[in-house]
Design a protein around this ligand. Structure first.
Ligand SMILES: Nc1ncnc2c1ncn2[C@@H]1O[C@H](COP(=O)(O)OP(=O)(O)OP(=O)(O)O)[C@@H](O)[C@H]1O
Length: 284
C-alpha cells in the first residue's frame, strides 16, 4: 500500500456545505428518505423531481408520497410549484429528472395526459368547466361516456348500472334535488361539486383537486370539506388549497411547498407552527 492511500474509516464522512442551512436541509432529506415507504406500497410516488422553465427552477428536488386511500392537502405560497407538480403528475408537463410513479410501478413520465387520465388519475382545475346548457344529470352522463364502451354488450345492465352510479354521485355531491336543473342555474359552489361529480363519473383512483373552495360561501366551503372526506373513504385525493379553515376541516396530513420543494409536512398544527412555514406563507 502506498503512503497516499486511506484506510476505510468507521466514521461518517464530514459534510461540507456552502451554508449551514444547506447542511440542515440535506440531513432532513436523508432522514425523510429513510421514513419514506417503499415505492411498491404507494399510490403516488415522486422522488427527486426537477423542472426548470427558462432557467428558473419551478420544481426543485421534490419528493412526495401519497398512500393508497389517503387524502393530502398541499399548501404553499404563490409560485411554490403546486400547479407545476399537478401538471407533472397528469402528464401535462414533463419533468427534467426524477421519479414519478403511480400505483408503485407505472412510470408516469413515460405517458401522456390522455393515458394518465385513463389510468385513473382525475384532475379538477380551479375554474369549473361544466356544460352549462345541460342538466346536472346529463353532465354526469356525458362525463361517463368514456367508460361506456366496456358495457356495450350489456345494454340493459349498463342502463341500471349507470343510473345507480348517477344516483350515488348525485348523493355524494349534494345535487340530488337538482338533477334536472341546468348547470347554468347552479351557484358557483354547486358547479364545483358538479365538476367533482363529473370526475367521480370516470371512477378515478386518485383525484387531484385544485383550489376547490375559491369563491365559495362559508357554508359551501364547509360542505365541500365534508364531501371530499366522504370521497376519500374510497379513493385517494390530493387537494391544493390556500383556505386554511378549509384545510383544517379536511383534517388530513398537510404538505407545504416552497420554491418547488417540500418545506414541511405533517399534521396541520405542526406544519402551521413551523417557523419556516410562518415566514414564507402563513405570516404574510
Ligand atoms: N410554463 C411555464 N413557463 C415559465 N414559468 C413557469 C411555467 N409554469 C410555471 N412557471 C413558473 O414556475 C413557478 C411555479 O409556478 P406554479 O404555478 O406551479 O406555482 P403555484 O404554487 O401553483 O402558484 P399559485 O398558488 O399562484 O397557483 C412560478 O414562478 C411560475 O411563474
Amino acid at each position: 500500500m502506498n503512503s497516499t492511500s486511506f484506510e476505510p474509516t468507521a466514521f461518517a464522512p464530514t459534510r461540507v456545505s456552502p451554508h449551514p442551512f444547506a447542511t440542515q436541509r440535506a440531513e432532513r432529506a436523508e432522514a425523510e428518505a429513510k421514513l419514506r415507504p417503499p415505492r411498491g406500497e404507494t399510490l403516488l410516488y415522486l422522488d427527486g423531481v426537477n423542472k426548470t422553465f427558462d432557467g428558473f427552477k419551478a420544481i426543485n428536488d421534490l419528493s412526495l408520497v401519497v398512500a393508497r386511500g389517503e387524502m393530502r392537502a398541499i399548501i404553499g405560497p404563490n409560485g411554490a410549484g403546486k400547479t407545476t407538480m399537478m401538471d407533472i403528475i397528469t402528464g401535462k408537463t414533463r419533468p427534467d429528472s426524477g421519479d414519478v410513479y403511480f400505483n408503485g410501478t407505472t412510470d408516469l413520465t413515460q405517458h401522456d395526459e390522455a393515458d394518465i387520465a385513463s389510468m385513473g388519475i382525475g384532475r379538477k382545475f380551479q375554474k369549473p368547466t361544466v356544460f352549462e346548457s345541460h342538466t346536472i344529470e346529463d353532465n354526469l352522463r356525458l362525463a361517463m361516456t368514456g367508460s361506456r364502451s366496456i358495457f356495450t354488450a350489456l345494454l340493459h345492465r349498463k342502463g341500471a348500472q349507470e343510473r345507480a352510479k348517477i344516483d350515488e354521485i348525485l348523493a355524494t355531491t349534494r345535487l340530488g334535488p337538482k338533477r334536472h336543473t341546468l348547470a347554468a342555474d347552479l351557484s358557483h359552489g354547486q358547479k364545483q361539486w358538479l365538476e367533482i361529480g363529473m370526475l367521480l363519473a370516470q371512477d378515478p383512483e386518485l383525484l387531484l383537486v385544485d383550489e376547490p373552495v375559491a369563491g365559495m360561501t362559508d357554508a359551501e366551503t364547509e360542505e365541500t370539506a365534508l364531501l371530499l372526506r366522504e370521497i376519500a373513504e374510497t379513493r385517494s385525493v390530493v387537494v391544493v388549497e390556500h383556505d386554511m379553515h378549509f384545510v383544517r376541516a379536511l383534517g388530513v396530513k398537510v404538505t407545504c411547498l416552497h420554491e418547488g420543494h417540500v418545506l414541511a409536512e405533517g399534521p396541520l398544527d405542526q406544519v402551521s407552527a413551523d417557523p419556516r412555514v410562518v415566514e414564507v406563507y402563513l405570516g404574510r
